[in-house]
Write a protein that binds this ligand. Sequence first.
Ligand code: ADP
Length: 473
Amino acid sequence: MNKKRMLFASSEVYPFVKTGGLADVSHSLPRALNESYAVSVVLPLYSSIDRKQFKIKPIESFEIAMGGALYPVELHGTMYENVEYRFIYAPLLCDREFLYGPPECGYEDNALRFGLFSYAIAELLRRESYAIAHLNDWQCALAALLVKQDSSIETKCVYTIHNLAYQGVFPPSLLPQIGINESYFTMDALEFYNQINFMKAGIAYADAVTTVSPTYAKEILTSEFGCGLEGFLHVHRRKLSGIINGIDSEYFSPSCDEALVEKYTNAKGKKSSKSDLLKQLGLKGTTKPLFAFIGRFTHQKGIDILVESLPKIAQMECNVVLLGEGEEGYHNSLAALAERYGNLHLSFGYDEALSHRMYAAADFLLMPSLFEPCGLNQMIAFAYGAVPIVNKVGGLADTVKKVETYDESTLFGYGVVFNSPTERSLVAAVKKSCELYGDKKYFEAVVNHNMKCDFSWSESAKAYQGIYARLSK
Ligand code: ADP
């Protein structure tokens, strides 16, 4: 039987380019869908992508008309792990130091850059017949509107919100340059507090809207988590659903991870990863619990709470290792704490191999996020036998069950769960974790149980397929 074609569009895809979880999902979900659909993944060919390493070859060139100007665009392609990849190259979109801009702000012309990417996606849909286009986050959102405007495109669009905090909001003066008629500058279309909002195009014009966990799908309908779009999402709630992300369980597997000093399959096997990391980072005490934080230094990830709590945590019998990059203020505060406390180590930057060694070495992973659409770190932590310590929001609420309710006969992962993002709750959770760690047998049983749980895409990929099938009947 001929498989239906699906175009999966994303602004970042691992291993070509990655700033966060979107890249992981855009790599692993298409792989999981590839058995049922003929999937092509499309992304910008940023200058940082190594064309040689990935054997990326030019396919064709064409021009895209956007807002009265003509932009030359090159289409490139490659196959990677049996999935077809398409790359859009245009100097405006691709020739930059960062993907979206330096840490504190986005590039001023991002509306044009990702407007052009959306036009290129629509052009691909026009040229090749796809049953489904799966568009991700604000960078691809305008494509949903372009598809609706063009009666020659029969493709159905699914739009996924990975993080409502990033909506792609720009001044209205840019409307003519992105070729969008002023009639769309209304509250029920793209207008948002007198600005243009790209994400609203995805929500309004896609045939189905998803987000990355069932709890986040409910949270974003409230003023606390809706980032100003709760009312608009409410209007479109009938086409909104939440599907939990998965992880690539072949890639995130301590039994075959090349980054580790010694591969392992159970709690006992983590020992050499722990002693090796402590030695590498100049920390002492292999018998003390090791807490890790891996992630972006932004408000969302609870860095304020972490900075407040670390002086108390560092005084407990433990070691703490932090890896990340982001806002300078946070970096400075964390660096000052690492300077002051000998059992606290900060690695600044983005380091995939070190992150894997940290998941493998850690007894606990700290995730005090204020909001978390899904979160992949806690699932990676389960796979590597680090017990997550989480604030009960979004995907963390859906994937981490309270360790007090541990039951070995379930398929759930267990962790230390707290209910409010405050310094007090986090310090109490870490104290509780130290006690849990002291109960060696019980702790080991929980770690071994978590490592066996399935956080792969198998179930969630089926949920997406259900949506595609319903739309393309
Ligand atoms: P985000 O909100 O950043 O997308 P997720 O939990 O969805 O958060 O995904 C984060 C992904 O990025 C995980 O694979 C995590 O291990 C990885 N990651 C985050 N920061 C770093 C870093 N500094 N170095 C290496 N990997 C990182």
